[in-house]
Design a protein around this ligand. Structure first.
Ligand code: PNW
Length: 459
């Protein structure tokens, strides 16, 4: 048995837009995802999160599922437009009441809440009136929203994540245009990322000054896939390192080291905004733990002078700035997302983070996979998910054994949900959701994970 450290945190994660539904209820305002999904052509089969898992009405049942599997911690996000329908102004009492009830229900069941303040559902009014994350007024607006959350929930919530995957918000939202707000540009991702980082820094500063006595922890959840050199040539090794710095370094470096990676400043030049000295000071050290979302690995090849194939997943957007051509090994098995299953990638990435950021406390804030799940006589057998999870956790264990400080693991996801541009076609859950009827079915993987938690380890 691979035993994990005594206080290792076993959790599962979700996000507001992907599970809540009730898009026009409880005084909620519209978000950019409401608008994006209602724009024909943007989402698989025109699906939306209008109802999703109907978690807004079923949250007590969902907490019971968590309790039944012995979950220790639950990561969810607050929908900003439920708290401030327009993104500014006073708090919407019904929104506060909803999250308050959820938090109380979790605590009553012995489950620790981990709260993400922003998992992409920006109030639509801020997009229309301010151009969203491109606007330098955003840090003050986000900080005011976060202030309301700390004020109303901070007595009970001690673990905060400012942003989920700023990389995705910037690249998929402002570069490739496949996520809301659907912009395509090779400048705006850098500008949006800059405001996301400054919003993070200001919010952490607020939390650490005004809410010090709440005695909590705050960080950000960055996503990164591993980049393995395609060959052992120095050029490909450099390409893999460059790709990691453009991916995780873009956000990890400012938060832990105080500025963008040198390689980005050299290559992006005047399209990369510059931090002032004061901003660098605020950013540096603005996380109490290193939140990491990780799913897959790709091969990286130096592409200087060559044309980058846009056919390959991952090559869109800003790969020209990196001059890295990505690919996968044809022998790697793929999940339903088309993402390669490469367990050792997580171990190498954990070591990379450990070395670059001077041995931070790492919390894996997401890891999981989409599988072709079907209901058979009331059960869902998902051996592929169990294989994925146990192999990835095995490599997390190896990193731990080698001294990397991993504190916890949040599995994506507690239940099947609205998978963004893929709609309901991709199932990541430990629980199967019948989206027409709303019913939840415990998958084999949930029973397996429950045993992992009970044993505090994997076989
Ligand atoms: C993450 N990519 O999204 C999100 O945090 C979740 O909301 C989501 O459901 C989960 O991973 C599974 O997709 C990502 O293209 C979406 O690199 C896209 C990418 C990465 C993460």
């Amino acid at each position: 048995m691979k035993k994990f450290p005594d206080r290792f945190i076993w959790g599962a994660a979700t996000s507001s837009y992907q599970i809540e539904g009730a898009w026009l209820q409880g005084g909620k305002g519209l978000s950019i995802w409401d608008a994006f999904c209602h724009t024909p052509g943007k989402i698989h089969q025109g699906q939306t999160g209008d109802v999703a898992c109907d978690h807004y009405h079923r949250f007590r049942e969902d907490v019971a599922l968590m309790k039944a599997m012995g979950l220790q911690a639950y990561r969810f996000s607050i929908a900003w437009p439920r708290i401030q329908p327009l993104g500014y102004g006073k708090a919407n009492a019904e929104g506060i009441a909803f999250y308050s009830a959820l938090i109380d229900e979790l605590l009553a069941n012995g489950i620790t809440p981990w709260v993400t303040l922003y998992h992409w559902d920006l109030p639509l009014a801020l997009q229309l009136e301010k151009d969203g994350w491109l606007n330098p007024e955003m840090p003050a607006l986000f900080r005011a929203y976060a202030d309301l959350c700390f004020e109303h929930f901070g007595d009970r919530v001690k673990n905060w994540i400012t942003f989920n995957e700023p990389w995705v918000a910037a690249i998929l939202g402002y570069g490739q245009g496949v996520f809301a707000p659907g912009r395509t540009s090779n400048v705006e991702p850098y500008q949006a990322a800059h405001q996301l980082l400054l919003s993070h820094a200001q919010t952490v500063q607020l939390y650490r000054s005004k809410y010090r006595e709440q005695n909590g922890r705050i960080g950000v959840a960055n996503n990164c896939d591993w980049r393995e050199p395609r060959t052992d040539s120095p050029a490909d090794q450099d390409a893999a390192q460059r790709a990691l710095e453009f991916f995780l370094g873009w956000f990890g470096d400012p938060v832990f080291l105080g500025d963008y990676p040198q390689v980005m400043r050299d290559r992006v030049k005047e399209r990369l905004p510059v931090f002032t000295d004061r901003e660098r000071d605020w950013l540096k050290g603005s996380a109490d733990f290193f939140g990491l979302n990780h799913y897959t690995t790709m091969l990286a090849q130096d592409s200087r002078g060559a044309k980058i194939s846009q056919e390959v997943y991952g090559n869109g957007g800003l790969s020209e700035d990196q001059e890295v051509q990505l690919s996968t090994d044809p022998f790697w098995q793929k999940t339903e997302m088309g993402w390669a299953i490469v367990p050792w990638g997580i171990r190498k990435l954990l070591h990379w983070i450990d070395a670059r950021y001077a041995h931070p406390a790492i919390v894996i804030t997401e890891n999981g996979c989409a599988c072709p799940d079907v209901v058979e006589e009331g059960a869902v057998h998902d051996p592929m998910r169990i294989a994925y999870l146990s192999s990835y956790l095995g490599e997390v264990y190896n990193a731990l054994s080698a001294g990397v400080d991993v504190r916890g693991y949040f599995l994506w996801s507690l239940m099947d949900n609205f998978e963004w541009a893929s709609g309901f076609s991709k199932r990541f859950g430990l629980h199967y959701v019948d989206f027409a009827a709303g019913a939840r079915i415990v998958k084999d993987s949930a029973k397996w994970y429950s045993q992992v938690i009970r044993q505090n380890g994997i076989d």
